[in-house]
Design a protein around this ligand. Sequence first.
Ligand SMILES: [Zn+2]
Ligand SMILES: [Zn+2]
Ligand SMILES: [Zn+2]
Ligand SMILES: [Zn+2]
Ligand SMILES: [Zn+2]
Ligand SMILES: [Zn+2]
Length: 261
Amino acid sequence: MLITSWPPLSPQVPFPHLKLHRYIEAINASRKCCVCLYTLSTSAFPSGKLTAACNHPAAACTSCLTDLFTDCFAKNVASFEAPKCPECAETLSVTDVQRIGGRSLASAYNERLTLSLLRADPDFRECLNPDCSAGMGRGQLHEGGEEAPIVTCKYCSAKSCFAHKLPWHEGQTCEEFDEANAEYRAAREKENQLSTKYMEKKYKRCPKCKAFIEKFHGCNHMTCRACEHEFCWLCMAPYRGRLGIMDFGNRGHYVGCRFHG
Ligand SMILES: [Zn+2]
Ligand SMILES: [Zn+2]
Ligand SMILES: [Zn+2]
Ligand SMILES: [Zn+2]
Ligand SMILES: [Zn+2]
Ligand SMILES: [Zn+2]
């Protein structure tokens, strides 16, 4: 807001200790946080935009954003949603959070993100022991699929069945269990089809280190969070290196990619 009269018409006086001309200066270099609704000095806001996709300067103050991040990454909450710009709902990346809230919040974000990507992997199984020592962080990727269906929790050693997503059916193979419980078999077949389709649309594996990568924004130039390998989302061709897209231009995209040329 712009102050042109004294005393100010607004009943809220955020800088009561300042002389009139300093006061006008301060209030003119301030704006309102869209979360706490206080009028604060510009320096209380992150400089620039919250995300590259925002088309407005930061509308929330650093302190409100820090609170928002802390809630988002809280370990005791099972569900996880990436933090969003309070003004336009664009998703903040790990780099955005690091710039605004610092390293420890960024690494908390990274941890939650990794766990949520892991959870979306069809090979991920949560430990079914409610008292598992790993708390909300419990669960692991299982190798061997349905041929080796016993998942032993690496934290508490509880056993569960990979195929049935139930505590291990002691004394029965999966086939024997299916025969005894027909409704489980039908539900299981349907779920297998759904999760594979979902993963293929939303996630890909880094061609170098095989970490799961989630696509946040429209750009097809991806950088792996785990190993920093850069590649094209559509054809998985590398950006760096002798035949990379950086040096080789659009001929670096593989044949069949819509950027290949
Ligand atoms: Zn605020
Ligand atoms: Zn925004
Ligand atoms: Zn466990
Ligand atoms: Zn089973
Ligand atoms: Zn990678
Ligand atoms: Zn490409």
